[in-house]
Design a binder for this molecule. Sequence first.
Ligand SMILES: [Zn+2]
Length: 493
Amino acid sequence: MPVKIVIPTPMQRYAGNQEEIETTGATVDEALGQLGEQFPDLRKHLFSPEGKLRNYVNVYVNDDDSRYLDGGATVIKDGDTLTIVPSIAGGLDSVGHGGAPSFKLTTDPETMEFTNDEILRYSRHLIMPEVTLEGQKRLKAAKVLCVGTGGLGAPLTMYLAAAGVGTIGLVDFDTVDVTNLQRQIVHRESTVGKPKIDSAEQTLKEINPNVKIIKHEVMLTSANALEIIKDYDIVADGTDNFQTRYLVNDACVLLGKPNAYGSIFRFEGLASVFYAVDGPCYRCLYPEPPPPGLVPSCAEGGVLGVLPGIIGVIQAIETVKLILSEGQPLIGRLLTFNALKMQFRELKVRKDPNCPVCSANPTITELIDYDEFCGVGRGNEVGEDVEHSEEITAVELKAKIDRGDKFTLVDVREPHEYAIAKIPTAKLIPLGTLAERVHELDTADEIVLQCKSGARSARALNQLKGLGFKKLKNLTGGITAWSNDVDPTVPRY
Ligand SMILES: [Zn+2]
């Protein structure tokens, strides 16, 4: 049976950079098996060494999760589309039966009052039958916590403020960097270098001075998450790392709060509402995170500047719908968006009867150590260590070059990055091609590996070590450190 398999962006590099692959098979397993034979590197990412589909990978047959069909044995027919959806680096009574949810806010909306200025400001809402003064009171009474004021948090918080959500909590501990401005539209040229929550507060207050902003300038952790989240009605997760995503999910499940979720990568996005009170949670969709380093972060993989605008606004709409108790929330549905194709798809998400956190017999009943769970240290998305003796600083590398030492400098970034900035004399061997081009290197030579930040080159170092290379060094901080400490004419990106 010819079937189409849709390959997600992070895995396309293991599939000859193709988005869709035609293959054959009578079942899901057969089709995936064929795919794995065509692309052995991809097989390693899809299946464990024992041949089991890895559990951070979901396979949909048309729009249905194969886990709830017959799993790998699900029979497929001519023209079916299999979609591989890996995790990509939230009491309603309506779900599945169409009616409007009734969502109880912690503050009684009837106690809300408006000035004449506010009445005028919200007039386009007030004349809508789905909002009216009653709905606007609900918006004013609502308290929404936005985790992260980055790409997703920017449009999300700006629209929530404009719509008149009374209290917006912001969690962020980062400062505004010039590389944020390409997409994080809540921040401005004038606030570069300032704390993001102060920068965001300034913009939100300019949009709507009636909104109360509560700033949490902390990293959300197992120690503080329940305390911070408990006073809010809804959480909107705009984070970009798996530790915080699972932490937010578990905290929301434990506290019975809905989570308007969004995530983005390059030109693709995902959105859903996870609300364990009446639907699945994030763990029902992805019980475990991918191993560190497999899914690149936006800093590593890039993100189209406009994309978080689309996904963040979907999070904002879902948040407003929950507050108003109008329409059908994105609970139990995963919306996928591909900007290049300008295509939305909707996939079903079911509540997992064995979910470790939201099922009837959960194994997780309090917050856990999410760094350990995700296999990473905080702030270290690399997950790959090199020995201290294998590190070389940019200044030491410069001295080495000046002395005329004999060694090979290998740049493991992508060609388009090499075109932006490079260290003269570096030989370009992108990490993904290292295995097939290893014959170009000599185990007898000293080799210094370099990338943008030191993360990918650390992976390359360990890969070469496994192949018997002994004289290896990793440039700490990558070409960014070279630009900072040795040659400022090399652009940073
Ligand atoms: Zn669950």
